[in-house]
Design a protein around this ligand. Structure first.
Ligand SMILES: [Zn+2]
Length: 311
């Protein structure tokens, strides 16, 4: 039987995938359009991106369902297709692995607003949107659910509970940190630091503590976050840093970190005990391909034992 994701990562670190949003833009998705709808309208384009990640060596692929909650899809008048879009997202990611046994991580991104009293959405609305999305991802056969790019513990908790209620085999909570102006530390937009996030996730039954995206959170900062997570929890850790800082060039957002630059930070990250490493915005299949041999060599050299894996 296939091992659970949270078990296999205690034996060796796994390689995640890279960006989806920026890759969809390259494939022709117009800024502001609904990328998740492509799971139904252009599945071959989504598959082509994920296949490139699988071919580059990814062992975990995140579904193209970041904005696949009812609240997000409603902005594009796609709220009638929540279940189909999410199930198709899982099927496409699974297909990308071909005959290989990979892990499909069903993606739940932020619902994209604020809850009362700060915003217009009630907690019950967000809960029902996440529960509906999580149920579709689990029914579609996802190996895990990742609640990602989170900045508030309140929303994260709704996501964790929704994933658990849906019967997810593995629940990953992934926070987006920003480096503070003086550069001394990092926390989420809502003021959550990694230690607090890790304790909170462990307390509420997540299986893997993660970070993705954020501002200024490059490979070295991700390594620091792994250490801070590990100081606060015994749970495995996943990181997906961006390919550098976004900047505007001819009205387009570009990311500057090349695969060669990014891969320089990978060995220290592995040595810090990270359990899954992928990349976020601006990264490409070339970034993931550059990661593969470093992880392979790390495993061959027995690095994982000196990491205190609990397998
Ligand atoms: Zn990102």
């Amino acid at each position: 039987m296939k091992k659970l994701l949270q078990e296999v990562i205690l034996e060796r670190p796994l390689l995640g995938d890279g960006a989806m949003g920026t890759q969809l833009m390259i494939a022709g998705l117009a800024q502001g359009n609904c990328g998740e709808a492509w799971n139904l309208s252009h599945p071959e384009k989504v598959l082509a991106i994920q296949r490139r990640y699988a071919e580059a060596g990814s062992e975990c692929i995140i579904t193209n369902t970041f904005g696949g909650s009812r609240i997000m899809l409603n902005r594009h008048s796609n709220a009638d297709h929540v279940a189909e879009i999410n199930k198709a997202g899982v099927a496409i990611a699974r297909q990308a692995f071909g005959d290989r046994e990979g892990y499909v991580l069903g993606d739940i991104g932020p619902f994209g607003g604020l809850m009362v009293p700060f915003g217009e959405f009630t907690e019950a609305q967000v809960q029902s949107a996440f529960e509906e999305q999580a149920a579709a991802l689990v029914e579609g056969g996802a190996d895990a659910i990742i609640i990602e790019t989170q900045t508030s513990l309140e929303e994260l908790l709704i996501g964790i509970n929704a994933a658990k209620a849906a019967g997810a085999k593995c629940v990953i909570g992934s926070m987006a940190y920003d480096v503070t102006l003086d550069g001394s530390t990092f926390r989420t937009m809502m003021g959550v630091d990694p230690e607090r996030a890790a304790e909170f996730m462990e307390e509420h039954g997540a299986n893997i503590v993660a970070l993705n995206c954020g501002t200024g959170m490059e490979m070295e900062r991700a390594r620091m976050a792994v250490e801070r997570y590990k100081s606060a929890t015994g749970l495995p850790v996943m990181v997906q840093p961006n390919a550098g800082k976004p900047r505007l060039e001819n009205m387009k957002v570009v990311y500057d970190e090349s695969p060669e630059q990014m891969v320089k930070g990978l060995l220290p990250l592995l040595q810090s005990g990270v359990n899954i490493v992928g990349a976020c915005c601006g990264s490409t299949p070339d970034h993931i391909r550059a990661f593969r041999p470093v992880i392979d060599e790390f495993i061959r050299s027995g690095g994982i034992q000196s990491n205190g894996a609990q397998a």
